[in-house]
Design a protein around this ligand. Structure first.
Ligand SMILES: [Zn+2]
Length: 271
């Protein structure tokens, strides 16, 4: 692909990524509360001030307003800006990482990132994973399989994960976490892992394939152990508080989506 076209793609991905991040803030706030995404228009949760278009420009409005509501001056959560910037950065990373491999997987990865960020923040705050995001991830996996079959002669349209790996990711990832889910209820008499996590792992298994899924679970388990150890120590917690696991899973899945194939190829090269 020519350099001028690539520059246009990067600039567009960055700008659209910021706007999608802005929309994601609405999704993260409203979907768990069962609110409509269209109505009412964005307003301050404190004083109900209706945001004008110039209060709603990603990142820039936050800086101009110095992080405060224009009307009541109450602090606006920095999370809104974080979501916008993270969406933009991950979209740019997706273009950088996948555009030379597969155009279709570049778009699939960008859409997966949208679902990943929504699940990360919703589970962190509400300890639920709305089904629509798991379905979205699952559908992206199906699209990847279908496009791999449909465009099998065009290497820029397919990606390198064979459908067998994807199906294995769905079945084994789902089964493994299902056993873990019911096992913890039977043995520990509590839900160590929510059913939403089971569905998330199954859907991501289909999207990323069994090898990437394995790496993702490994990474998320390690990070979760370290983070929860620190959090529990700081809070002086007696191990009975439940913490959301999906944010760690999402971190692992994102890591594996970007770097999984490098790790797998390196591992294979050892033999
Ligand atoms: Zn206000």
């Amino acid at each position: 692909m020519g350099t001028p076209i690539l520059i246009i793609i990067y600039v567009l991905s960055g700008i659209i990524g910021l706007c999608v991040g802005s929309f994601l803030n609405v999704v993260i706030y409203r979907v768990p509360l069962g609110m409509s995404l269209a109505k009412p228009s964005s307003h301050c949760p404190n004083c109900q001030y209706k945001l004008k278009w110039y209060d709603n420009i990603p990142v820039i409005s936050y800086i101009i307003l110095k992080g405060k509501c224009r009307s009541c001056k109450k602090n606006i959560s920095i999370r809104y800006t974080i979501v916008e910037v993270v969406t933009m950065l991950l979209w740019l990373c997706a273009v950088l990482r996948f555009i030379d491999d597969s155009y279709i997987f570049t778009i699939i990865a960008m859409l997966a990132i949208v679902a990943f960020i929504a699940v990360f923040f919703i589970d962190l705050e509400h300890q639920i994973i709305p089904d629509r995001f798991n379905i979205m991830i699952l559908l992206l996996g199906v699209i990847a399989i279908v496009s791999n079959i449909f465009f099998k002669d065009n290497s820029l349209l397919i990606d390198t994960i064979p459908w067998q790996q994807r199906l294995a990711g769905l079945v084994f990832g789902g089964l493994f976490f299902l056993i873990f889910h019911y096992g913890s209820i039977l043995i520990l008499k509590k839900e160590a892992l929510g059913f939403g996590d089971v569905k998330l792992v199954a859907a991501c298994g289909l999207l990323l394939g069994i090898y990437n899924l394995f790496i993702a679970i490994l990474v998320s388990s390690i990070i979760a152990s370290v983070v929860l150890l620190i959090v529990r120590k700081k809070k002086n917690d007696k191990k009975d508080t439940e913490y959301p696991f999906a944010p760690f899973l999402i971190f692992g899945m994102t890591f594996a989506m970007f770097f999984g194939s490098y790790i797998v190829n390196w591992y294979i090269s050892l033999f």
